[in-house]
Write a protein that binds this ligand. Structure first.
Ligand SMILES: *Cc1c(COP(=O)(O)O)cnc(C)c1O
Length: 384
């Protein structure tokens, strides 16, 4: 099984990084549930010494994810947050970081409550406005950390434009690509130096594993990430690595269905009399529809939000769903709904929520891959 250099995306997802097991021919990479490896003689081993440092199941996943994102190497971590943490470990005390203002709540918490104690400085900026990004640079800016589309108001940032600016200023660009998935958005092709994912979401896709990954392009980042993965030790377990490998095999199929369902739900909601606003980058009514078409040409995925008349109405609607499950998280095969203001974004102060356009009457949907008619029926009865 040899993957051609010009193999297409779906083929890469399915095959990259995986060889039949040499001892048995097993087509699926086994779960190497071991802590250590026997050495043949002193100083002679098969490239595996201790399982924090090297594990074949994790290595297969890392090769797979590096190929999928179009990077040179990937490093799998125990969660999306430990992946973010590995990226920021590139920095030194006194360094400054520019961050998308409505970045994932856990990322904000790590930056604001933990890393500021180590002398790192963060500026939270509306990265959809390039002038604001440019204004935020200081002589000590080393990293720009962008999330696009953002959660839950689905604001986009122009990655090609930000990458060019960041490099002109001598800093590096890291992109949290969790919401889009590499199927729909290719940050490295647009100039990003580092890409991270919470594999918990679309990459694993089955709501049964927590994990994270950083994909890198520059040798100095790769060397450091390999060092920090082993030194800090927040590695992804063999079983979780195996689960994510299973997930990426169907990523293109799933993303097609997530996008089809997300689009159909957004169109249904836009026509519904009880819905006051729908936010989905794939709708022409989205203020950044043109950028969405350019940056996410294969579609906009399964994440959408909508507003109803009041918090009270939102509460009634959320409590009436039968098929859609009320839960945090996203990107799994089953449809989830949530109330960001009281769930995922409860720790964000009300003024900040208002500034990013997150109202108390906003409901977020992570469209799964169920039959669309069943989803629309559920939405219809919940809104009735
Ligand atoms: C979930 C999520 C994270 C954090 O990932 P965990 O796997 O929960 O640690 C980071 N960024 C985004 C955009 C997420 O959705």
């Amino acid at each position: 099984m040899k993957l051609a250099k010009n193999a297409r995306f779906a083929t890469v997802c399915l095959h990259a990084g995986q060889e039949p097991d040499p001892s048995t021919g097993a087509i699926i990479t086994p779960i190497f549930q071991t802590s250590t490896y026997v050495q043949e003689e002193l100083g002679k081993h098969k490239g595996f010494e201790y399982a924090r440092t090297q594990n074949p199941t994790r290595a297969a996943l890392e090769a797979n994810l590096a190929a999928i994102e179009g990077g040179k190497a990937a490093f799998a971590f125990a969660s999306g947050m430990s992946a973010v943490s590995a990226i920021t470990s590139r920095l030194s005390s006194g360094d400054h970081v520019i961050v998308t203002d409505n970045t994932y709540g856990g990322t904000f918490r790590l930056f604001d409550k933990v890393l500021t104690r180590y002398g790192l400085q963060f500026s939270y900026v509306d990265t959809s406005r390039i002038e604001e990004v440019e204004r935020a640079f200081t002589a000590r800016t080393k990293l720009v950390f962008v999330e696009t589309p953002t959660n839950p108001v689905l604001r986009l940032s122009d990655l090609a434009e930000i990458a060019a600016l960041t490099h002109r200023k001598g800093a590096i660009l890291a992109v949290d690509n969790t919401f889009a998935s590499p199927c729909l958005q290719r940050p490295i092709a647009l100039g990003a130096d580092l890409v991270m994912h919470s594999t918990t979401k679309y990459l694993n896709g089955h709501s049964d594993s927590i994990g994270g990954v950083v994909i890198a392009t520059r040798d100095e980042d790769i060397e450091w990430l390999r060092f920090i993965q082993n030194s800090a030790g927040a590695i992804l377990s063999p079983f979780d690595s195996w689960l994510v490998l299973r997930g990426t095999k169907t990523l293109p199929l799933r993303m097609k269905q997530h996008t089809a369902n997300g689009t159909a739900l957004a169109q249904f909601l836009e026509k519904h009399p009880k819905v006051t606003k729908v936010i989905y980058p794939g709708l022409p009514s989205h203020p950044q529809y043109a950028l969405a078409k350019k940056q996410m040409p294969n579609g906009c995925g399964g994440m959408l939000s909508f507003e109803v008349a009041s918090l009270d109405v939102a509460r009634q609607v959320l409590n009436r769903f039968k098929l859609m499950a009320l839960a945090e998280s996203l990107g799994g095969v089953e449809t989830l709904v949530c109330h960001p203001a009281s769930m995922t974004h409860a720790s964000v102060p009300p003024e900040r929520r208002a500034k990013i356009g997150l109202s108390d009457a906003l409901i977020r949907i992570s469209a799964g891959i169920e039959d669309i008619d069943d989803l629309i029926e559920d939405l219809e009865q919940a809104l009735r």
